[in-house]
Every structure is written in C-alpha cells, then in structure tokens.
Design a protein around this ligand. Structure first.
Ligand code: ADP
Length: 176
C-alpha cells in the first residue's frame, strides 16, 4: 500500500499540465514526474518523429523506467496521454480543459506549425483526452477541470490539494 497517492495531470498540449504540476509539487510536496523529461533523459524512445515533432515513445521502456518511483507513491505525472499507465498505479486522473481561443494563443506562442496547432485544437474540441481517461480508468477517479485563467489554476490546485489531504486521512494506518 502506498502512503501517498499518485495523480496524473493530463490534457492536450498547452492546457497547463506542467504549470499545475509544478505548483502542486511546490505546495503539496508531490514529486513531479515529467514524462517528456523521462523519455528524453532515459532514452525511452525509438527516435524522433519529424512529422509529429516529438519522440516516438517506447511505452514498455518508459513504464520500466518509472515503475519503482511511481509504485512508491506521491507522484504527480505530467503527460498528454494516460491510458498506458496500469490502473493499479493511479489514484486520481485530472483532465485539464481549455477554450479554443486560449489554446490557440498558447500554442501559437510556442511557435507550433499550423498543422500541429490545428490538430491539437481539434483534439481539444473533440475531447479526445477526456474520453481516453474515461475509457482507461474508473469514472469516479477521473475529474475534468478548466484551465483558462490563473484564477482557475489557483482553484484547481486548491482542489487537488484538498483531495490529496483527504486521501491521506482516508488511507492512513489508523483509519484502517
Ligand atoms: P502543458 O504542460 O499542458 O503543455 P503548460 O503548463 O506548459 O502546458 O502551459 C502552457 C502555457 O500556458 C504556459 O505559458 C503557461 O504559463 C500558460 N498557462 C497554463 N495554464 C494557464 C492558466 N490556467 N491560465 C493562464 N495561463 C496558463
């Protein structure tokens, strides 16, 4: 049994995953597991895709690379996919959502090529990652939060912190 829960923050690129994870790591002391970083640092990939401008992830290698750390608990996992993680590893899945105009501006600021930008906007509008999360995990552990403004981000972080504290109470040795 882990002493601390594992949370995934997922959503289309640009929704605010990294910003939320960093705030939660600082505020709550969860360990920020940036899958992007792990894929790069531990070479959990089969090369670079020019078409997608991203690494082609070797999922088995990635899971092996993070297994010990995640099983220990207390991780906040930052990645735009969630269906590769074993259900038994995860206690909460947060899917961040954003309006098209805000997402357009954020991806434009990142200098995304037009085709990639459009693909991500479509994916957000079609709720692709929300559906993926709902298909992969129990409905009760998947929550959808909006991330359009810094006020919304603050309230999301408050809410996740409150959830975390409640999890600790519910799963402490004395409550068994
Ligand atoms: P992701 O990790 O999902 O790709 P980031 O956390 O890198 O997204 O955020 C992308 C950009 O959007 C950053 O410039 C960040 O400051 C900004 N941003 C993220 N969330 C919000 C929010 N809730 N309100 C305003 N700006 C945000």
């Amino acid at each position: 049994m882990r002493q601390s829960p594992n949370i995934i923050i997922t959503g289309t690129p640009g929704v605010g995953k990294t910003t939320h994870c960093e705030a939660l790591a600082e505020r709550v002391g969860l360990r920020h597991v940036s899958i992007n970083q792990v894929v790069k640092d531990k070479e959990c990939h089969e090369g670079w895709s020019d078409e997608y401008q991203s690494w082609i992830v070797d999922e088995d290698k990635l899971l092996d690379a993070i297994e010990d750390e995640v099983k220990a608990g207390g991780c906040i996992i930052d990645w735009h996919a969630c269906d590769l993680f074993p259900r038994s590893w995860i206690d909460l899945v947060v899917v961040l959502r954003v309006d098209s105009t805000a997402l357009y501006d954020r991806l434009k600021a990142r200098r995304y090529a037009e085709a990639k930008l459009q693909e991500n906007l479509d994916s957000e509008i079609m709720e692709v990652l929300l559906q993926e999360a709902r298909d992969a995990f129990d409905e009760e552990i998947v929550i959808e939060l909006t991330s359009n403004t810094s006020e919304e981000m603050e309230s999301n972080v408050d809410r996740i912190e409150a959830w975390y504290k409640q999890w600790k109470i519910d799963n402490s040795a004395d409550s068994a």
